[in-house]
Design a protein around this ligand. Structure first.
Ligand code: AMP
Ligand code: MG
Length: 418
């Protein structure tokens, strides 16, 4: 049994991220939400594209207005109006000004904007009532960003702000990593699909649905391969098939030490390297992490990462959040932000744990003025109970060696999927 942070580091080290060329696809910007750039995007444009005005007012030559006051205004001839979207037609000569609106191009000859509030318009003339700072309210070409310099780095995740930047730079098609493919298998003779009448002793395969949802939320394609009975030959065939078509395989069940727990043995038979077999966490102690070469295989990767998750629904989800999701993020080409997010929070209840393993208690965090507060979900915290997992947005952590966290004490909380 290894500690959770050691397991996490080892798992991240096993991941072979998607390849920026072999695993690249080009998607329209409108479909790029959540995707990850394979290459830096150099800016095809300067930002701003030209000198423009930050305010409504008048474009002037500073030397003409530098001594203006309300008592002794500078009077200039207005030669044109420049609305946004129309290039200036004339050069501002000494003694002249151009009416300008926010975002409009600053005309040649002018170097300063006088805001409307400090002017008085009289027909063709404008009186400047106060001296501006030199170059006031001019946004200079390329002062935000220079053409040719990267706008976004390789490995950046495209969300709203990044998509805004790419749209502004007229990048209508963007090179992104394909979505990783994650095959899902549920093992167990007792399992049935949710649409089948439940016979005594049977258990509904909720893991496949839950894991598919989490995989998709993490930006990957889920490949659900169904239920496999606890028969070594069937399981061997199913695992072989899964490895051949995915970058990552998640099976659930069959990794404990029971009589029907065949996963580890089959992986060994298939030539996999088993890196982890148990982690000192509760729930989720049995966790098999293996690498195995994908014979025919996924388009690019030579080795698939295999996670044998515990069968217990709660354990499977906690293991996913704590160990699989970081690996998936690294696999997907992200340059950073793989690991789970931990924040300090104040516990609303007294929390208890065995102390021998790092314990994850499911519940909710709320942000208050005093910071995060963690409250434990009501109901049983048995790993066999999944009902009160609904609504979870946080896992409260009781460290190894600690058996109690008092109400009001500060603690560490993991924000799954954050
Ligand atoms: P196992 O790890 O195979 O011993 O399974 C541990 C417990 O989790 C057993 O009670 C199983 O019935 C249950 N279980 C296993 N797989 C699933 C699944 N896919 N969905 C829901 N429960 C499961
Ligand atoms: Mg089983």
């Amino acid at each position: 049994m290894i500690p959770a942070d050691v397991a996490e580091a080892e798992i991240l080290g096993l991941v072979a991220p998607l390849h920026p060329e072999r695993d690249r696809e080009v998607v329209p910007l409108s479909q790029a939400m959540g995707r990850i750039l394979t290459a830096p995007i150099p800016s095809p444009l300067d930002f701003p594209h030209w000198d423009n005005s930050a305010m409504d007012g008048y474009a002037v030559r500073f030397e003409d207005v530098q001594h203006a006051t309300a008592a002794d205004p500078a009077t200039l001839t207005v030669i044109e109006e420049i609305p946004a979207g129309k290039p200036p037609q004339q050069t501002v000569e000494p003694g002249q000004a151009a009416r300008i609106l926010t975002g409009s191009m600053v005309p040649d000859g002018a170097d300063t904007i006088v805001i409307q509030e400090e002017t008085q318009r009289q027909g063709n003339h404008v009186r400047i009532l106060a001296a501006p700072q030199p170059q006031a309210f001019v946004r200079h070409r390329a002062s935000f960003h220079r053409m040719g310099e990267p706008l976004l780095a390789a490995g950046a995740v495209l969300q709203g702000p990044e998509i805004a930047v790419l749209a502004a730079a007229q990048c209508a098609q963007v090179p992104v990593y394909r979505r990783p493919r994650v095959a899902l298998l549920s093992t167990g003779d007792e399992l049935v699909t949710p649409d089948r009448p439940l016979q005594p002793g049977q258990i509904v395969d909720s893991n496949q649905y839950a894991l598919a949802a989490l995989v998709q939320k993490a930006g990957a394609d889920a490949v659900p391969l169904g239920i496999v009975p606890d028969q070594p030959e069937r399981l061997k065939a199913a695992i072989t098939d899964a490895i051949a078509q995915a970058d990552m395989v998640l099976s659930s069940g069959g990794v404990s030490v029971g009589d029907y727990d065949y996963v580890d043995q089959i992986l060994t038979d298939l030539g996999a390297t088993l890196h982890i077999r148990a982690v000192a966490v509760k729930p989720g102690k049995p966790l098999t992490v293996a690498t195995i070469s994908s014979f025919a295989a996924a388009p690019s990767s030579s080795a698939a990462l295999y996670f044998g998750l515990p069968g217990n629904p709660v354990s499977a989800l906690v293991s996913f959040w704590r160990f699989v999701e970081p690996a998936l993020r690294r696999l997907s080409g992200r340059s950073q932000g793989w690991g789970p997010v931990f924040v300090p929070a104040r516990s609303q209840q007294t929390l208890r744990a065995g102390g021998r393993r790092e314990t994850y208690l499911w519940g909710q965090v709320h942000l208050t003025e005093a910071g995060f507060e963690f409250s434990l979900s009501g109901g049983s915290h048995s790993s066999g109970n999944l009902i009160n997992l609904a609504g979870t947005n946080a896992l409260g952590i009781v460290p190894m060696g600690t058996t109690q966290i008092d109400a009001g004490d500060s603690m560490r909380v993991m924000l799954p999927g954050f």
